[in-house]
Design a protein around this ligand. Structure first.
Ligand code: SF4
Length: 211
């Protein structure tokens, strides 16, 4: 669907390109030193829904693209099952470098700390300013903390729309990596259905604001 927002002038795309180029050289916090590259968000300016995760994982760090690993594939499937069009979304992370600890041949994910999240907010704020989403979706506690500007208890607040630190509505849900980690098949399928229900609520919100 082409809307006035999708038809934003090419200047927004040019701005985004410039910010991506600047972020590729970022040394605002120490995380750049131990990662392959900056992993910036993907999507078009004017996308109504901005999905925000925590940080790139191992696969994203190597590919240089957000949400391309197992959690990203699951997110893609949930968006399709919820009827959300890809062009309606912009996907990104609160932190743009993969924080990890080498262990043998593996790199173990480490949670970014508050100082790192605060430094990286700079880039997320640029993305929000340029893309102009009408709804932010916090995937997990780090994203919720970043977008709301306060601690969030994701399991308790899941499914709610709160006003974020930037004044935009923020829908709170879990990070899809939480689903990937569930070993029991029946429990994983049940939790997946719950996640799709969250994405359907996001879609309803988007339809309401588009009306
Ligand atoms: S994590 Fe963010 S703030 Fe830190 S170096 Fe990377 S892009 Fe810069």
């Amino acid at each position: 669907m082409t809307t006035a927002r999708n038809a934003l002038p090419g200047t927004a795309r040019a701005q985004l390109k410039r910010v991506i180029a600047d972020a590729a050289k970022c040394t605002r916090c120490p995380l750049y030193a131990n990662a392959t590259q900056t992993v910036f968000g993907e999507g078009m300016p004017g996308a109504h829904i901005m999905l925000v995760g925590e940080q790139p994982g191992d696969k994203e760090d190597i590919a240089g693209r957000p949400f391309v690993g197992p959690a990203g594939k699951l997110l893609d499937r949930a968006l399709v099952d919820a009827g959300i069009a890809r062009e309606d979304t912009y996907v990104t992370n609160a932190v743009k470098h993969f924080k990890n600890e080498p262990r043998g041949k593996r790199r173990i994910h480490k949670k970014p700390n508050m100082a790192e999240i605060e430094q990286c907010r700079w880039w997320l704020e640029h993305e929000i300013r340029i893309v102009k989403p009408t709804l932010l979706v916090a995937l997990g506690s780090t994203a919720a903390r970043t977008l709301l500007g306060r601690e969030a208890r994701v399991q308790k607040e899941r499914g709610r729309v709160e006003t974020g630190a930037d004044g935009l509505p923020v829908f709170i849900t879990i990070h899809p990596s939480a689903l990937v980690r569930i070993e029991d098949d029946a429990q994983r399928h049940a939790e997946y259905r719950r996640f799709v229900a969250d994405m359907k609520a996001v879609r309803r919100w988007r339809m309401k604001t588009a009306a």
